[in-house]
Design a protein around this ligand. Structure first.
Ligand code: NDP
Length: 481
């Protein structure tokens, strides 16, 4: 049994009220450990440790802060197999994915922001006629809260923690209680890398208690949150009267628009990935596929055939391409969409069935589902399912597909497949999303702004954008006449 503990003031500790949550492995449905069910008292202890560490950390030279972050990155890489095994066990994702994507990306986050902070700059403006110089300072905010979801546990947690620390803040972080394991391991690495105690504090527990206590804490001055839109609404409502800085990365229902003039083979291979990577549990997955009518029937045959070949299996099996869904609750939520298909407006073309993996019959395995829909207005196209489920629909004109792509409350990302330059420029401009991919998907450059519009969030992560978020801006005007 794994005994996960809070990481507060550089020390591992049990929750003050000694309350615990079972960790359940999605691959077999069995309890494999316990996680603190922390209360507001634990959050307060984490806050106090962070507050105490803040002045020394904020005054630590950029070179030193950078060196520690680079060391953390190196240690994550050195422990790649251990971290990948933990992530896969906790989340149900194939070990090959955890090893090739999640953990290397967590290391990259620390390395990237370790370097980025050495290049971060502020502005100065001189007005000779009035003999003034304005210059801008960007100071760390203080103690900030970072709350992250279960789908890419360490990857998304480090995407917040690394820039917050690089900019000189101290952090109270809460990973999802469903997937706490790699965040727990990160504490050890931070101590080994020489991160001063109290600079990073990780408190485990439920969103509705531990997460809420972070959001409601009067002296935690900024909240960086990634998760569902409903939780985002609660956080915005709670934090606004306290005038906290907020960054909200929320849900998505992303269109994948395929024109007949695209590079068909590249599109097909990528579309299988963009539909079902991580069991479809990535906020960037293209869950609404729109295909130009002239190639629709061919695409339907080819796509269905490719998806049929995906191997659903135990996450630790190297040949597995689709692992287990993260939890029983989530599995049942995804299944309910499939069971609720209305035959008058949609048809299940493939999958959506429970898969019995030999020896792991209680795991949460679902075969990837393709559903043909008649209208973009149906529930399957309007609600975020966040699982291995995509819909297919045909279109006949640019205007029609653009209207459908935008006719949804979310606006995180979109993918467009075309070799027509004018069309790709037009769609890139008109799509109501924070991110557009043309002839590719999820090719990430950490320097670029990341985030959504509409119900997909507020603010941008990535590059200097997030360093601006994690700093307070002060302008100084000097008259030297
Ligand atoms: P949730 O919103 O349920 O949870 C996200 C985090 O917030 C978890 O740590 C959760 O804790 C915590 N939380 C829950 N309630 C509260 C609360 N009242 N106050 C403070 N914290 C709270 O999302 P999921 O974990 O289910 O993640 C899936 C969602 O995340 C999807 O909608 C997905 O689209 C979105 N997402 C968005 C991304 C983006 O970049 N835009 C990227 C990845 C995912 P606990 O788990 O313990 O409840």
């Amino acid at each position: 049994m794994i005994h996960i503990q809070n990481y507060i003031d550089g020390v591992f500790s049990d929750p003050i009220q000694n309350e615990w949550i079972d960790n359940i492995g999605p691959a077999d449905g069995l309890v494999y450990g316990k996680t603190p069910n922390s209360s507001s008292k634990d959050v307060q202890a984490a806050y106090e440790a962070a507050q105490k560490a803040f002045i020394p950390w904020s005054e630590t030279s950029i070179e030193k802060r950078s060196a520690i972050l680079l060391k953390i990155a190196g240690l994550i890489e050195a422990n790649l197999d251990r971290f990948a095994a933990a992530e896969s066990k906790d989340n149900g994702k194939p070990i090959s994915v955890a090893r090739a994507v999640d953990i290397p990306r967590a290391a990259s986050n620390f390395r990237f922001f370790g370097h980025a902070i050495t290049q971060f700059y502020s502005e100065s403006h001189e007005t000779k006629s009035e003999k003034t110089i304005n210059y801008t300072l960007r100071h760390p905010i203080g103690v900030v809260g970072c709350i992250s979801p279960w789908n890419l546990p360490l990857y998304l947690l480090s995407w917040k923690i690394a820039p917050a620390l690089a900019a000189g803040n101290c952090v109270v972080a809460k990973p999802s209680e469903v997937t706490p394991y790699t965040a727990f391991l990160l504490g050890e690495i931070c101590n080994e890398a020489g991160l001063p105690k109290g600079v990073l504090n990780i408190v485990h527990g439920l969103g509705s208690s531990t997460g809420k206590a972070i959001v409601e804490h009067p002296h935690i001055k900024a909240i960086s949150f990634t998760g569902g839109t409903e939780t985002g609404k609660f956080i915005a409502k709670t934090a606004a009267p306290m005038f906290k800085k907020l960054s909200l990365e929320l849900g998505g229902k992303n269109p994948n628009i395929i024109f007949a003039d695209c590079d068909y083979e590249k599109m097909l291979t990528t579309t299988v990935r963009s539909s079902f990577s991580n069991q479809g549990q990535i906020c960037l997955c293209g869950s609404r596929i729109f295909v130009e009518a002239s190639i629709y029937e061919q695409f339907k045959i080819d796509f269905t055939e490719r998806v049929r070949q995906l191997v659903v299996g135990h996450p630790s099996d190297e040949s597995t391409q689709i692992g287990a869904l993260v939890s029983k609750t989530h599995y049942e939520k995804v299944r309910s969409y499939i069971e609720g298909i209305d035959p008058t407006e949609s048809r299940l073309l493939l999958g959506g069935e429970q898969v019995h993996v030999e020896g792991y019959e209680n795991g949460y395995y679902l075969s990837p589902a393709i559903i043909e829909v008649d209208s973009n207005q149906c529930k399957l196209n309007q609600e975020e399912i966040f699982g291995p489920v995509v819909t297919l629909m045909s279109f006949t004109s640019d205007a029609e597909v653009l209207a459908m792509a935008n006719d949804v409350k979310y606006g995180l990302s979109a993918t467009v497949w075309t070799n027509n330059l004018k069309r790709s420029l037009m769609f890139s401009e008109k799509l109501e999303t924070g991110i557009v991919w043309v002839n590719t998907w999820m090719q990430r450059d950490l320097r670029t702004p990341f985030g959504g519009v509409k119900s997909s969030g507020v603010g941008r992560e990535g590059g200097f954008e997030v360093l601006r978020f994690f700093t307070e801006t002060k302008n100084i005007c000097i008259n030297y006449k």
